[in-house]
Design a protein around this ligand. Structure first.
Ligand SMILES: O=c1ccn([C@@H]2O[C@H](COP(=O)(O)O)[C@@H](O)[C@H]2O)c(=O)[nH]1
Length: 239
């Protein structure tokens, strides 16, 4: 799988429905999908997701569910019933939780909703992982969690594009790889630690690139989106 266009997923990390809809109005649904995460969903709820979908955007509901299997299954069922393009759970929730999520989405009326598993947050480096008592290096932990998630039947993974080549070698082209931590060469990293440029991420095997602040904090978000889309057409060398 190389992902279906559009490959860019804009993270709408803003604090109101009004701000989110104003941003969406400046973005072309032919060039991007939208991601609604914890802050915006907690403020604006399912109604906003439905309005963004009505504007023609595919929506990734990025709530990273991580709870007991029954609770996560119910949350995933609710997300699928909203008709979202993609929803995720955190792979650290374990195999039984991911299997329950898989069954809930597959039995919902929206079987096309993609269910993916977060491996290691792109804001984490080796020190962060060691500090919470997980012994593996980031790439080894990603590999371990990816195996569990795909074994539980999930459609794909959230990881850094740095790990994409190894995951492709291990699991082939079928898993959907969604990669945040995307930064154009001239952008600041912010709180991200395992970053990759947009064209390099695609070249390394990422299907979908999550991009937030480099687009949403730009003076002209529409132009910033177009710039990244153009970079993807050119490839990593710019050739
Ligand atoms: O490992 C992860 C998982 C999710 N995210 C989310 O992606 C965006 C990234 O935003 P930027 O502004 O481009 O840094 C944000 O919504 C995160 O919650 C992630 O960064 N890493």
């Amino acid at each position: 799988m190389a992902g279906e266009q559009p490959w860019i997923v804009v993270a709408l990390d803003v604090d109101s429905a009004e701000r989110a809809e104003a941003l969406a109005a400046r973005l072309d649904p032919a060039l991007c999908r939208l991601k609604v995460g914890k802050e915006l969903f907690t403020r604006a709820g399912p109604g906003l997701v439905e309005r963004l979908q009505a504007r023609g955007f595919s929506v990734f509901l990025d709530l990273k569910f991580h709870d007991i299997p029954n609770t996560v299954a119910g949350a995933c069922r609710a997300a699928a019933d909203l008709g979202v393009w993609m929803v995720n759970v955190h792979a650290l929730g374990g195999v039984r939780m991911m299997e329950a999520a898989r069954e809930a989405v597959s039995r919902s009326g929206q079987q096309n909703t993609l269910l993916i598993g977060v491996t290691v947050l792109t804001s984490h480096d080796a020190g962060d992982i060691a500090a919470v008592g997980l012994g593996d290096a980031p790439d080894a932990l990603v590999e371990r969690l990816a195996g569990l998630a795909l074994g539980a039947g999930l459609d794909g993974l959230v990881c850094s594009a740095r790990e994409a080549p190894r995951l492709r070698a291990l699991h082939g082209n079928a898993p959907v790889l969604v990669t945040p931590g995307i930064r154009p060469a001239d952008a600041v990293a912010d709180d991200q630690r395992r970053i990759v440029t947009p064209a390099q991420a695609r070249a390394d095997g990422a299907d979908y690139l999550v991009v937030g602040r480099p687009i949403t904090a730009a003076a002209d978000p529409g132009a910033a989106l177009e710039g990244i889309a153009a970079e993807l057409q050119q490839g990593p060398s710019g050739a």
